[in-house]
Design a protein around this ligand. Structure first.
Ligand SMILES: [Zn+2]
Length: 227
């Protein structure tokens, strides 16, 4: 990928410099100090290139949420951020969304219902849809497509993740990271310490080769999108 320095600086500092001023690299042979606040080019470019995913956090039956649910969601996002950061995958924008209880079912009876929920309520952007429901009957904590589509209009498959909020904070957090990893292409792993072990709680670890698979998914983008 070709990165212009100007674009990288604009991105890192969240400003649009066009038409206002030019970024000039000053070469001053008489002084080691060029600016009062030296900027590491490597840091800017690394930030520019860091693989990032965005999430739509969709609360299903939000009007009937219990007090602990918001806390569980917040904890799950933070834990997922930490687990993914260990393999250099970043959580970017987190969009907060709600569906009320009279608009759809918030207790999932079977996998067909989970699939229907993601199809019916997909949010039209390039973020992964994560539906937090009150409960999922049976022994399922969460469910996702494996290597999910980036076309959320595609039919006949899950176009997001569904996670039940009825479990502990720890299980909910691991379920969020686990289901997102499924969506990004990972299958189950035999090691009970691995995030992709099918029973929760597991050890939450990700191997480098698993991270490489996730980073190739079409929803993963460099932090600063090309304009
Ligand atoms: Zn799984």
């Amino acid at each position: 990928m070709l990165v212009s320095l100007r674009h990288a600086v604009e991105c890192a500092y969240g400003q649009d410099w066009s038409g206002k001023s030019r970024i000039a690299v000053v070469r001053d042979l008489t002084s080691a100090q060029i600016t009062d606040n030296p900027i590491s080019l490597a840091r800017i470019v690394n930030q520019f290139l860091q693989p990032t995913i965005d999430l739509n956090i969709i609360r299903v039956g939000a009007d009937l949420f219990f007090g602990s649910y918001e806390q569980k969601i917040e904890f799950a996002i933070q834990q997922t951020r930490v687990l993914f950061a260990l393999v250099d995958l970043r959580l970017g924008q987190i969009n907060q969304l709600f569906i009320n209880s009279n608009d759809t079912f918030y207790v999932i009876d079977d996998h067909a219902e989970a699939e229907a929920l993601t199809e019916d309520w997909s949010f039209p952007n390039k973020a992964i849809d994560v539906f937090f429901v009150h409960a999922y009957l049976g022994d399922t904590v969460g469910r996702s497509a494996i290597n999910g589509s980036c076309d959320k209009q595609s039919l006949g498959e899950m176009t997001g993740c569904v996670i039940a909020l009825e479990h502990t904070e720890e299980i909910t957090a691991l379920a969020l990271a686990h289901e997102i990893a499924h969506y990004l292409g990972l299958r189950h792993h035999g090691d009970p310490h691995n995030l992709m072990h099918e029973s929760l709680p597991n050890g939450g670890r990700l191997e480098t080769n698993q991270a490489e698979v996730m980073k190739r998914h079409c929803f993963v983008y460099p932090e600063c999108r090309a304009r």
